[in-house]
Design a protein around this ligand. Structure first.
Ligand code: UD1
Ligand code: CA
Length: 458
């Protein structure tokens, strides 16, 4: 349950120069979800209120995450992590929360458990609590400084760390996860200065300032803290993504999913794969997908926010987005199901069939080389190879209705809006521009003439 007395602030305004990408860093993805999504999920699990500080590429961040946008605060110039918190502070104050959790937007492996531990330390009386990590190589991370009795006295950023002045490196670094008592930190937050190498306002300076002001400051070292460190480079992103991927696949195997070539299987954090579902690697199951018990996904396929009901099958090399396959239905190999494609019970689509916003009724079939857009196909209908619904006139999209039991001959163009009646038959090669009544034969093609003796000269 999220804590009512806690507000979380996610710092996500930076550019992420070390990613060498035009995208704001927090929009880089792991298993198809942005870093920001992971951090927001963890924050929402523990805090009643979540605020995100955005800046660099904020329009894109907003468009990518409309559901989080209400909690966005704009940091117009990115003057550092301390400045980012200052920008959010009015919201923190207005929330009435006693505690403020601060998360960096580039820590997608952060867990609600780690946050809970940190919050407990703060609730037990600390004014400033933060998670630290002991790393063999402290690299570019902020160093935790401790006094002679082991008490925390400050954090010094890597750029400003001088062993002559601060003593030898202990390898204890700041994860960037803080829990602050709002009333205590208020007094020092706006006295941060930018007197450092980067010329930025560092949130980490709150630690030294807090100690000077007599606040209770705690660093909480965690064993798993190396997974909480920020991701700053493509290499670090790849390592984090692989560790998430493996964790998810191992959990699915343990729960009873059948997974062949598990090393090539990618399942997103919001996807559900039920025990008894069968996945053949390599494949990707992303977004809000669900693969039910007894459903099967063939190798080299991708599902994005698509649902396979029990016993549905996606064969090799198929691509599904926001599609739904009912029990006993089969798609592929080489099927492309775009948003709104629905296969009812026992329907089938074969190779090189594309569907968009179309429903294939129970037992209906489109076996080969077909485009169905904005189409309703009734139960048991058969769509011949090469059938195209011409749904777009250059300006608008129009619907095609195909009645149950209808048979559409091969290489037919159905020029929408058009209706083919139940049990109607369409001659192969027709261009159908007018409705065809129930049980009628619709045929619209040039007649064949055979001219005697006009063939090839021997
Ligand atoms: C930060 C910490 C460092 C810690 C490390 C852990 C500071 C000064 N340093 O360093 O001690 O070891 O995280 O990963 O806090 N951001 C803003 N506005 C800004 C600047 C940054 O919102 O003006 C955001 C970034 O988008 C990012 C987060 O704050 O999500 C951290 O910034 P980043 O530049 O990655 O800090 P580090 O140098 O990694
Ligand atoms: Ca970082």
């Amino acid at each position: 349950m999220p804590h009512q007395n806690t507000i979380a602030v996610i710092l996500a305004a930076g550019k992420g120069t070390r990613m060498h990408s035009d995208k704001p860093k927090v929009l880089q993805t792991l298993l198809g979800e942005t870093m920001l999504r992971y951090v927001a999920d963890a924050a929402n699990a523990v805090a009643a209120n979540v605020v995100t500080v955005v800046g660099h590429g904020q329009d894109l961040v907003r468009r990518t995450h409309p559901d989080l946008a209400e909690g966005f605060v704009l940091q117009e110039d990115q003057k550092g992590t301390g400045h980012a918190l200052q920008v959010a502070w009015e919201r923190v104050r207005a929330s009435g929360a006693s505690h403020c959790l601060v998360l960096n937007g580039d820590t997608p492996l952060v867990t609600p458990e780690a946050l809970e531990d940190l919050m407990n330390t703060a609730q037990e009386g600390a004014d400033i609590a933060f998670l630290s990590a002991l790393l063999p190589q402290a690299g570019a991370f902020g160093r935790v400084l401790r006094g002679s009795d082991g008490e925390v006295v400050g954090i010094v950023e890597a750029k400003d760390y001088d062993p002559q002045r601060f003593g030898p490196d202990t390898g204890e670094v700041n994860t960037g996860l803080f829990c602050l008592r709002v009333s205590a930190v208020e007094a020092i937050l706006f006295s941060l200065t930018s007197a450092n190498r980067a010329g930025e306002f560092y949130i980490t300076d709150l630690v030294g300032l807090g100690v000077e002001a007599g606040l209770d400051v705690h660093a909480l070292p965690r064993e798993d803290a190396n997974t909480l460190m920020g991701i700053n480079s493509p290499a670090e992103l790849a390592i984090a993504e692989e560790s998430l991927r493996k964790g998810i696949v191992d959990r699915l195997l343990a729960s009873g999913c059948l997974i062949h070539q598990p090393q090539g299987v990618v399942v997103g954090p919001h996807a559900v794969v039920e025990p008894g579902a069968e996945l053949n690697g390599p494949c990707r199951i992303l977004g809000a997908s669900r693969v039910a018990q007894g459903a099967r996904v063939g190798a080299f396929s991708q599902l994005l926010s698509s649902v396979l009901e029990p016993g549905a099958e996606v064969r090799e090399f198929s691509h599904l987005e926001s599609a739904r396959l009912s029990s006993g239905s089969v798609a592929g190999p080489y099927a492309r199901l775009r948003p709104g494609a629905v296969l009812m019970e026992n329907a089938r689509v074969g190779n090189f069939v594309e569907m968009k916003k179309s429903v294939l009724g129970p037992g209906a079939k489109a076996g080969h080389l077909t485009y169905l857009g904005d189409a309703d196909v009734g139960a048991g209908a058969n769509i011949g190879a090469g059938t195209i619904t011409c749904n777009y006139d250059g300006t608008n999209k129009h619907k095609t209705h195909i009645g149950s039991g209808a048979f559409i001959g091969s290489n037919t163009a159905l020029v929408a809006p058009v209706r083919v009646g139940e049990n109607a038959l369409i001659g192969a090669g027709s261009v159908i521009t007018k409705d065809v009544p129930d049980k009628a034969l619709g045929i619209a093609r040039a007649r064949q003439s055979n001219l005697e003796g006009r063939g090839k000269k021997p």
